[in-house]
Write a protein that binds this ligand. Structure first.
Ligand code: PHE
Length: 446
C-alpha cells in the first residue's frame, strides 16, 4: 500500500469532496439547458432513471477501485488487475479517463469563466432595469468578444490549478466544507421565489409531465451522458478521490447522499430557471446561454436583486471550482505517478487544458461556423461527445472491472456494505448497469 498518499481527514470531508465534484455546471447550467433542448419532462425522467440504475452503482464501482488500489487511477487499475491475474492493460482505462476529463475541463473552464464575467456584472449592478432581450443581447456580445472570454477562461483555470497544486488536504477540503451548504440555501430561496411567479405552474408541468412519444435513442443517449456527467462518473476522477478515502466509511451510503444532493440541486435550479422562462415568454431550448440570461432576469425582480444575483454567481463559481478541481485531479495524479512533482504536474495540465480551451473560446466568434467533426464546432464537440460518449464508455469499463475482473473479496471489502449489500450491488452492476449502458450507447451511436 502506498502510505504516502494523503487521506481525507474525516468521513464528512470525503462526502463533501465528492459532492463538490458532482455539483457544478452540470446541475445549474447544463441540466436546464439540455433539458430545455430535449423537451423537458421526458428528459428529466430518463435522466433520473439513469442516475438510479447506472449512476449510483457505477459511482460505487469507480470509488471502490480507487479505495482498493490506494494509488493514482492508472496505477490502481494496473495493480488490481495484476492481483486478479488479469491483463495489466486495464491501466489504460485510467489514461482514457484522463483524456475525457481533459476534454471536459477545457470547455468547463470557459463556461465557468462566464460566471466570473457575470459575477462582476452583477456586483456592478449592470443588470438593473434591463429586459430579458437586452440581457440576451449583452450576453451574445460578450460571447463574440474573444479577449474577454480568454481573460475569464485563463483566470478560472489559474484558480483551479492553484488549488490543485496545493494538494488534497489543504486545498480541496476547506473550500468544500465551507461552501456547499450556502449554495443549496440560495437555490432554495430562488426556487421559493419562482413559486410566486406566473411561470411556476407551466414550468412544473413542463418539467414533470412527460410526453413519452418524445423518447428517441438520441435523447436517451444524452440523458444517460448527463447522468454520468452530473455525478462525475466514468472518468476515473472519483477513483482518484476514492484513493484518499478513510479506512472505515460506508461507500454506498456516502454515494447515495451525494446523488440525492446532486439531483435536488438540479431540480431546484430547473424549477427556478424554467419559471422565469415561462413567466417571460423565453425559449426553453435557447441553448448554453439559458441560465445566464434567465437568472439575471429573475433576480432583477427580487428585492435586493443585485445583491442576491452577485451572491448566486459567487456560489456558482465556487461550485464549479470544486468540480474543476476534481476534473484536473486524474491528470495530475497520473503525471505524479510518472514521477512529476505535484506543482509541476498541475502547471503542465493547466497549460495544456488552457490551449484546448482556447478552441472553445473561439467557437463563439471566429470558429463559430467551423465544422470540425459531425457538423459541430469545437465547443459543441467537446461539450457533447466526451460527456455523452466517453463518460458512459469509461463507466462501462469501470463497472466491468469492478464487478467482473476484481477478486470478489477485494471489491467486497472496498465497498464496505456488508455481504448482502455487496451482492445487491454486484447483481445490479452486472445485470442492469452494464447491459443498459451498452444498449443505450449502441442505440444512440447508430
Ligand atoms: N459533475 C460535474 C458537474 O456537474 C462535472 C464533472 C464531470 C466533474 C466529470 C468531474 C468529472 O458540473
Amino acid at each position: 500500500m502506498n502510505e504516502t498518499l494523503e487521506r481525507w481527514s474525516t468521513r464528512r470531508a470525503f462526502i463533501l469532496a465528492v459532492t463538490g465534484a458532482a455539483v457544478g455546471l452540470g446541475n445549474i447550467w447544463r441540466f436546464p439547458y439540455i433539458t430545455g433542448e430535449n423537451g423537458g419532462a421526458v428528459f428529466l425522467l430518463l435522466y433520473m432513471a439513469f442516475v438510479l440504475l447506472l449512476g449510483l452503482p457505477m459511482m460505487m464501482a469507480e470509488i471502490l477501485i480507487g479505495r482498493a488500489g490506494r494509488r493514482s487511477p492508472m496505477q490502481s487499475l494496473g495493480y488490481l488487475a495484476g492481483q486478479a491475474g488479469a491483463s495489466r492493460h486495464w491501466r489504460w482505462l485510467g489514461l482514457f479517463g484522463a483524456f475525457t476529463v481533459f476534454c471536459i475541463l477545457s470547455f468547463y473552464s470557459v463556461v465557468s469563466g462566464w460566471s466570473i464575467e457575470f459575477l462582476v456584472a452583477a456586483v456592478n449592478g449592470d443588470f438593473v432595469g434591463r429586459s430579458a432581450t437586452e440581457i440576451g443581447a449583452d450576453f451574445d456580445a460578450f460571447l463574440a468578444d474573444p479577449g474577454r472570454m480568454t481573460f475569464n477562461h485563463t483566470l478560472f483555470l489559474m484558480m483551479t490549478m492553484l488549488v490543485v497544486a496545493a494538494g488534497v488536504a489543504k486545498g480541496l477540503e476547506r473550500l468544500n466544507n465551507l461552501l456547499m451548504p450556502l449554495l443549496y440555501l440560495l437555490l432554495l430561496v430562488l426556487a421559493g421565489y419562482a413559486a410566486t411567479t406566473d411561470g411556476f405552474a407551466p414550468a412544473l408541468a413542463w418539467l414533470f409531465l412527460p410526453d413519452l412519444a418524445a423518447v428517441t435513442p438520441l435523447v436517451m443517449l444524452q440523458a444517460m451522458g448527463h447522468a454520468f456527467f452530473t455525478l462525475a462518473v466514468g472518468a476515473c476522477a472519483l477513483m482518484a478521490y476514492g484513493a484518499y478515502m478513510p479506512e472505515h466509511q460506508s461507500l454506498s451510503r456516502a454515494v447515495v447522499a451525494v446523488a440525492v444532493l446532486d439531483v435536488t440541486v438540479a431540480l431546484l435550479a430547473g424549477i427556478a430557471i424554467f419559471s422565469v422562462v415561462f413567466a417571460q415568454g423565453l425559449d426553453p431550448g435557447e441553448g448554453p446561454g439559458l441560465m445566464f440570461v434567465t437568472l439575471p432576469v429573475a433576480f432583477a425582480d427580487l428585492p435586493g436583486g443585485p445583491l442576491w444575483l452577485s451572491l448566486f454567481f459567487l456560489l456558482l463559481l465556487l461550485a464549479t471550482w470544486t468540480s474543476s478541481i476534481n476534473l484536473a485531479e486524474p491528470m495530475v495524479a497520473i503525471l505524479q505517478g510518472w514521477g512529476l512533482r505535484r506543482k509541476a504536474a498541475a502547471a503542465v495540465v493547466g497549460v495544456v487544458v488552457w490551449a484546448l480551451g482556447m478552441l472553445s473560446v473561439l467557437s463563439f466568434s471566429s470558429l463559430a461556423e467551423s465544422r470540425v467533426l459531425f457538423g459541430m464546432n469545437p465547443f459543441e464537440l467537446v461539450s457533447s461527445i466526451p460527456p455523452e460518449v466517453f463518460l458512459p464508455l469509461g463507466g462501462l469499463l469501470i463497472a466491468i472491472f469492478a464487478a467482473w475482473v476484481m477478486p470478489e473479496e477485494t471489491s467486497r471489502r472496498a465497498l464496505d456494505a456488508g455481504p448482502n449489500g455487496f451482492r445487491v450491488w454486484r447483481a445490479l452492476v452486472r445485470w442492469v448497469s452494464i447491459p443498459l449502458t451498452l444498449i443505450v450507447l449502441l442505440a444512440g451511436l447508430i
